[in-house]
Design a binder for this molecule. Structure first.
Ligand SMILES: [Zn+2]
Length: 162
């Protein structure tokens, strides 16, 4: 079973810190979308600043509006923050991520596209993250079924690559 230190190392290797992309390349929709225009205004203010918990919550909520580039940026910040946190209960953005990665049949294609630019190694780290979060009692009790569905979904994406 993967432990916190090992997971942190894998995150650092798979998701190297890069410069933040232009805001327009991170969002799927233009001004006609309420969530995208709100987030564009937010990102223009703070995308070069450290991503606080509050900001992670905002990003997690609007995951379906992020481009593959935007989502990759979000998840690299998310994983680093969560793996360093000793108190994982009550973090709404973990719930959002688990739900996002365990889509219904109707939403699966949309999520597959968002994850389309991740490398195999990055997908494997997402898998490691699900397995690690399943060792947390709170999350296993609360969303064990959805975590298992996320593992299945990511495994399916990996199987398509090989
Ligand atoms: Zn949108």
């Amino acid at each position: 079973m993967i432990d916190r230190v090992e997971l942190a190392t894998r995150i650092e290797v798979a998701f190297p810190v890069g410069a933040s992309a232009p805001v327009e390349s991170m969002l799927l929709h233009g001004d006609e979308c309420h969530d995208c225009s709100l987030l564009a205004a937010e990102l223009k203010q703070w995308r070069h600043l450290p991503v606080t918990r509050e900001r992670l919550v905002i990003l997690a909520r609007i995951q379906p509006h992020l481009t593959p580039k935007g989502w990759g940026w979000f998840v690299s910040k998310f994983l680093r923050d969560v793996v360093a946190d000793d108190n994982l209960s009550n973090r709404i953005e973990i719930e959002s991520l688990i739900y996002f990665l365990s889509p219904s049949a109707a939403n699966a294609e949309e999520v597959r596209v968002v994850l389309g630019e991740l490398t195999e190694r990055q997908l494997e780290v997402l898998l490691d993250f699900q397995r690690w979060i399943a060792t947390n009692e709170f999350w296993r009790d609360y969303l064990g079924h959805d975590i298992a569905a996320a593992v299945e979904f990511i495994n399916k994406l990996l199987a398509e690559r090989y």
